[in-house]
Design a protein around this ligand. Structure first.
Ligand SMILES: [Zn+2]
Length: 398
């Protein structure tokens, strides 16, 4: 009994010693062991004993890309799927999930900070230590935490569309969206209007393996050569607010142990500054930046879900007509593709005038082509005219 008690207190002492050692190492900017945060790897400390954390460039790039996508409005689920598609592996799981990704993007280590027992490590003066190279800015971290809600479980978002043309094809006959279906004989898009009790005169069904490559070919022929841009949300003005909030937390912690007039005054000042900064507009703007890739190169690497989004943005309508040869066989004439209107929102007056001038002759030009159904009449009129009949007077109203 006594032996067990001694053993326990000895273990307790060793544990405490290890904890202290970890704290000292962390304060000195050295890596104290434990799970290695994604984006970093431990390397020998160039300035002495022990290890420090160094950025893994490919992982840091994946984190920055994911952060930009989240701040631009993509869901955690979508960004996680994109990382899995790109073959980026998380630390201790086979695949990225919303939870693992959220943890990486909102953790303190991502800005080079370390936590000891859940609290930010600080130096003797109480300043937050950030001994390792940051992957994101404090502003980005603050914005990500606001977007993802630190501590809250991520919201479950809808399942990823599994088919390239899910929701994009419509039935010529009833104007409803075709649904994807998988059978032993392959994948199909079909009109289910009748199946759900609606009226469709001639429901269509088309083989996915034929219509998908066709739409892809048309899309890439139209935009494949164009440069690919991506949206990047730039956050600034949040750094100071984040710093002030950290300081308020620290001051409150100080007050819990030793409340003095000084700490109280400090807290008041900080809270006033916090209110001032919160009221100010933070600068969060989106800019388009070239990725250096063409649309075709981007398409090649993109997952089905993102390809589908690209198509949805570029195309207004994809109307499927019934097949002549076989119900399900796709031929080019079965599809009417209507491109989305390209809105030239950013044209100034001069540019618009120039555009009008370019279009004017085209618009003014009378149609040279004779509508098919009028051709027989014109042919008859020409024959009458050749026989000496005044066709114009025959047609004139009385
Ligand atoms: Zn239909």
């Amino acid at each position: 009994m006594i032996q067990a008690e001694v053993g326990r207190s000895e273990r307790e002492r060793i544990r405490q010693r290890n904890k202290d050692r970890a704290r000292r190492l962390r304060n000195a900017g050295r890596w104290a062991g434990g799970p290695i945060p994604f984006g970093y790897r431990p390397v020998d400390n160039p300035e002495g004993a022990g290890k420090i954390l160094e950025i893994v460039p490919e992982e840091a790039q994946a984190i920055r890309k994911a952060a930009e996508e989240i701040l631009a409005g993509d869901t955690l689920g979508k960004v996680a799927r994109r990382m899995n598609h790109a073959g980026v592996k998380p630390r201790r799981a086979a695949m990225w999930s919303r939870v693992t990704l959220s943890r990486v993007l909102t953790g303190d280590h991502i800005v080079g900070r370390i936590t000891v027992n859940g609290r930010l490590a600080r130096d003797a003066e109480g300043n937050i230590l950030a001994p390792f190279a940051p992957i994101l800015t404090v502003g980005q971290l603050t914005a990500l935490r606001a977007t993802l809600g630190k501590g809250k479980p991520p919201v479950r978002t809808g399942r990823a569309p599994a088919h390239l043309l899910s929701g994009l094809l419509t039935c010529h006959s009833c104007d409803r969206t075709l649904s994807a279906s998988s059978r032993k004989t392959g994948r199909f898009y079909r009109c289910y209007t009748r199946g759900s009790g609606g009226i469709c005169e001639r429901p269509v069904v088309v083989s996915a393996s034929a219509i998908e490559p066709y739409v892809e070919k048309r899309y890439l022929a139209a935009v494949g050569h164009m440069p690919m841009y991506k949206e990047r949300t730039v956050v600034s003005g949040l750094e100071e607010l984040a710093a002030v909030e950290e300081e308020i937390k620290a001051t409150l912690a100080d007050m819990a142990t030793s409340a003095t007039a000084d700490t109280f005054k400090r807290l008041q000042d900080l809270q006033a500054r916090q209110a001032e900064l919160s009221a100010r507009d933070t600068d969060k703007r989106t800019e388009l930046i070239p990725t250096g890739q063409t649309m075709a190169e981007h398409w090649k690497e993109a997952m089905v879900e993102d390809r589908r989004t690209l198509l949805a943005e570029a195309i207004d309508e994809l109307i499927v007509y019934p097949g002549r040869q076989g119900q399900r066989i796709f031929t080019d004439d079965r599809l009417v593709l209507i491109w989305a209107e390209n809105e030239d929102e950013d044209l100034d007056e001069d540019q618009e005038a120039a555009l009008d001038a370019t279009l004017a002759p085209v618009v003014a030009e009378p149609a040279q082509e004779i509508p098919e159904d009028l051709a027989p009449f014109l042919e008859a009129a020409r024959r009458l005219q050749a026989d000496g009949v005044d066709v114009a007077s025959l047609l004139a109203p009385e």
